[in-house]
Design a protein. Structure first.
Length: 457
């Protein structure tokens, strides 16, 4: 998408520098690097502070400056998936190192306008205040999930987490329509108290920021925008989907297996279900086997990303029954990691069974691909509910991983029929709105940043 027609203020501040600090997980690195590219294309100079853990590859971005801080996160398999632990280290042990690095940059450059840090690195707010530099928070997920996170302390006060709610699992949460009790209770990762504290600190840190950026777009989130402005009275910019400007392929931490594209080339138009649960989700062997039999029984061709680490305690495919591989034969293709954006734009792909990660949802919407939604934790439970009940762009699996429900959802999404057709029509409508997206909101962000450094020309 072209980024022409820059406003006067944007031209005026061509030499400003912005410092960005991404959260070192795939679904957070991708949008931060894309945002860096968007801002660079508007004339800003970019410096990226990054951790050793899941480090981006600086050689891919000669137009940015990179500054490594030692983070103390062990580069082992456990850390790769232990989000709470990494978040804790980044917001505690890492803070002095981030502060030192930022302090040095501020001394070395007099053109720094602001820092943009992931909303989940909430401790960067206090560092920014100490050093007297404005901080803009980047929230890499949906507005609807952000507002749900913001409401969790109130739900907790109402006894939401202490009462035995198992019997009310399917009931609506009256405070947060259209969510069900199970959607809210499914948000936490392992430890409830730790999750709620981190989420709350993230929300409070965001309130103190000088600005807030979302990787989302107005037409999709309309029902929640007024609510957002009412509760978060800070300048807010909805400038997504970022990947429409710059692809996420360059920031992939794992090697994308291009054989998946060659396999798709051999398949019929809209015939293949693409299945991927993102970079962090983990499941047990029992669930993997339900997924496998759901795919096999649906009789539809599929491209399945089984990331090493997807199944706890297993290397890769050893938990899959031989019979599954025999039955599906050439109808299925399994890879460890795929070039997802390219896969979704391939004519052979007719549906996407996703874990409801926000980048995956945006990528699917932009390619007009109907979704089947699972969810594992965090924003995924909220995103999948919105896909099913509000935006009606796909089907949420309500029973977790259960082969009959999976088979039925795959048939509904993949086979021609009213359900699929209605979803495709809604996707076409949304896609038109995204394609018509002007660079107005990016220009407003650009102008906003320029006000921090109006003396720099
Ligand atoms: N992705 C990819 N190859 C894959 C699966 C995912 O390149 O095989 C990319 C995908 O395009 C997206 C990101 O990884 O940009 C995953 O982000 P998301 O928010 O969907 O989920 P997360 O990994 O954070 O749970």
């Amino acid at each position: 998408m072209s980024m022409d027609n820059p406003s006067k203020a944007t031209q005026h501040t061509k030499t400003c520098r912005i410092i960005l600090f991404p959260l070192p997980f795939q679904g957070h690195i991708n949008p931060m690097i894309q945002l860096a590219d968007i801002l660079h294309s508007k004339g800003f100079k970019i410096s990226i502070i990054h951790t050793q853990f899941n480090s981006p590859d600086p050689s891919k971005y000669p137009h940015f400056m990179f500054h490594l801080i030692p983070d103390g996160v062990p580069e082992d398999q456990a850390s790769k998936h232990d989000i709470l632990r990494v978040l804790h280290i980044l917001n505690t042990d890492c803070v002095p190192l981030f502060s030192e690095c930022l302090g040095k940059l501020l001394s070395a450059h007099d053109d720094i306008a602001c820092i943009i840090t992931d909303a989940m690195i909430y401790s960067s707010q206090a560092v920014a205040e100490d050093l007297g530099i404005p901080r803009i928070a980047l929230r890499t997920s949906s507005v609807c999930s952000f507002l749900t996170f913001a409401a969790l302390p109130v739900l907790r006060e109402k006894g939401f987490y202490s009462d035995n709610l198992d019997s009310r699992w399917e009931e609506p949460v009256v405070e947060l329509p259209p969510l069900k009790v199970k959607d809210v209770l499914g948000i936490h990762i392992r430890n409830l108290d730790d999750t709620l504290k981190i989420v709350n600190d993230m929300v409070e840190g965001t309130k103190k920021a000088s600005g807030l950026i979302f990787n989302t777009f107005q037409d999709l989130e309309e029902p929640n925008i007024a609510n957002l402005h009412e509760h978060f009275r800070l300048p807010t910019f909805l400038i997504g989907p970022f990947h429409k400007f710059f692809s996420a392929a360059s920031s992939s931490l794992l090697t994308q297996d291009r054989s998946s594209i060659y396999w798709l080339d051999t398949q019929k138009t809209s015939s293949v279900l693409y299945v991927s649960f993102g970079s962090l989700a983990a499941m047990d062997e029992k669930d993997l086997i339900e997924v496998a039999w759901g795919l096999a029984n649906s009789m539809q061709p599929f491209l399945w990303v089984v990331r090493p680490g997807l199944v706890q305690g297993s290397e890769w495919l050893e938990s899959l029954p031989d019979e599954f591989l025999e039955v599906t034969g050439k109808r299925g293709y399994i890879v460890k990691w795929a070039p997802q954006q390219e896969v979704l734009s391939h004519p052979a792909v007719g549906g996407f069974w996703t874990h409801s990660g926000w980048n995956s949802i945006l990528e699917s919407i932009c390619e007009g691909v109907p979704m089947i939604c699972s969810s594992f934790f965090g924003d995924q439970t909220v995103n999948s509910r919105y896909i099913n009940d509000v935006w009606r762009l796909g089907i949420k699996l309500e029973c977790g991983f259960e082969r009959e429900e999976i088979e039925s959802a795959i048939r509904k999404i993949m086979l021609e029929g009213e359900g699929r057709q209605d979803i495709i029509e809604r996707l076409v409508c949304l896609k038109e709105k995204i394609d018509g997206f002007s660079s107005t909101s990016v220009n407003s962000l650009s102008d906003f940043i320029s006000t921090f450094k109006s003396s720099v020309v």
